[in-house]
Design a protein around this ligand. Structure first.
Ligand code: PLP
Length: 364
């Protein structure tokens, strides 16, 4: 049986991506690579709506947290981490590990970070040099209002750093128009590729900040990577197969048009939420900030995530994810980003409704 693979990343791969990845290796120091790489970076800039560099590292998304800290700050620098779930917390933790002075703005899990909360936090912490924002908090299925939050940060003068791992390539994201200084993501989510690439859009204010940074660095050094990338090359061996896939995925997305891609995800999110709520399943996230790439709900009283997801898979062939942090054992998350259809998304949500009724009434 083909499984309806619905975890919020890695996501299903389009046939074009799979076949592109079967291409043979080429010399990463030759002209064929140069032409291919410059074209890939151009497409990546287009998908991010930026004219500034987008740089790629062989790595998973988490590398983006560390890369931003070691390039843009110095030990002891004050930063503000906005947190509404597990991934925001991890960004803050990485900054703490490197010795930044991390101030926290926390919203309850299921809620978004709002511009008013952020304005107040910046008034209380006027000295912060950077603000961390999670575009889409995958752990709670919440999308933060990044454009509005970025405007508040810009008015204050700090750098805007965005973790867009489960948002980029699916949810509206205008790097230049919104004034975002650093935006990072990973290839395995809405970019429809296997894990393996950390993708970072880096604006001019961030490139300036690199000059004043105070950490030693080698692999994550923005200037080194930028200098090579501008020539169509990489400072270390590139993840060639994943790059072939990324080029194919970007081609599909740019052909469709980013506005159309974002609108398709809006419809996917609405389909998931409609099917669940009409079936009587209450959603975890505040509806005003519900994510269009992932939807989460709590299991019926007394039913573990493990039992719920096992039933979903055995009975309906749906592979869903569990929760994280305090909701590890009680939340179920269904991903609907990248190479997926409304039909697959609705089928997964309908299966979740059936399992919720079956296990919920069994427990009653
Ligand atoms: C919002 C967010 N940030 C960061 C990460 C970490 O990315 P990775 O697992 O690729 O290191 C994830 C992974 O799910 C995520 O959803």
């Amino acid at each position: 049986m083909d499984l309806n693979f619905r975890i919020p990343g890695p996501t299903p791969l389009p046939p074009m991506v799979l076949s592109a990845m079967q291409r043979p290796m080429i010399s990463h120091r030759g002209s064929q690579f140069k032409e291919f790489y410059l074209e890939t970076l151009r497409l990546a800039r287009e998908a991010h709506r930026t004219e500034h560099p987008v740089l790629l590292w062989p790595a998973s998304g988490s590398a983006g947290w560390e890369a931003s800290v070691v390039n843009l700050f110095a030990p002891g620098d004050p930063v503000l981490a906005t947190v509404c779930g597990e991934f925001g917390q991890r960004y803050a933790e990485v900054a703490r590990i490197f010795g930044l002075d991390v101030r926290m703005l926390e919203a309850p899990w299921g809620q978004a970070v709002t511009p008013d909360l952020l304005r107040a936090a910046l008034e209380a912490n006027p000295e912060v040099k950077g603000v961390f924002i999670t575009h889409n908090e995958t752990a709670t299925a919440v999308t933060n209002p990044v454009a509005e939050l970025a405007a508040v940060v810009r008015a204050h003068g700090a750098l805007v750093l965005v973790d867009a791992v489960s948002g980029a390539g699916a949810l509206p994201l205008e790097v230049d128009a919104w004034g975002l200084d650093f935006v990072m993501s990973g290839s395995q989510k809405a970019w429809m590729c296997p894990p393996g690439l950390m993708i970072a859009a880096i604006g001019p204010r961030a490139m300036d900040a690199v000059k004043g940074s105070g950490f030693p660095r080698f692999y994550w050094d923005f200037e080194r990577m930028l200098q090579q990338s501008e020539q169509g090359f990489t400072p270390t061996t590139p993840a060639l197969s994943t790059l072939y896939g990324f080029h194919a995925a970007l081609t599909i997305m740019i052909d469709e048009g980013m506005d159309a891609v974002w609108d398709r995800h809006r419809r996917l999110g609405e389909a998931a939420r409609r099917t669940l709520t009409e079936g009587g399943v209450e959603l975890f996230a505040d509806p005003a900030y519900a994510s269009n790439t992932v939807t989460g709900f709590l299991t019926p009283e007394g039913v573990s995530t493990k039992a719920f997801n096992a039933r979903l898979k055995e009975e309906f062939g749906v592979v869903a994810a569990g929760g994280q942090g305090p909701f590890k054992e009680t939340m179920v998350r269904i991903g609907h980003m990248g190479w997926t259809t409304i039909g697959e998304t609705e089928a997964a949500a309908a299966a979740a409704v059936a399992v919720a009724h079956e296990l919920g009434s069994a427990e009653a």
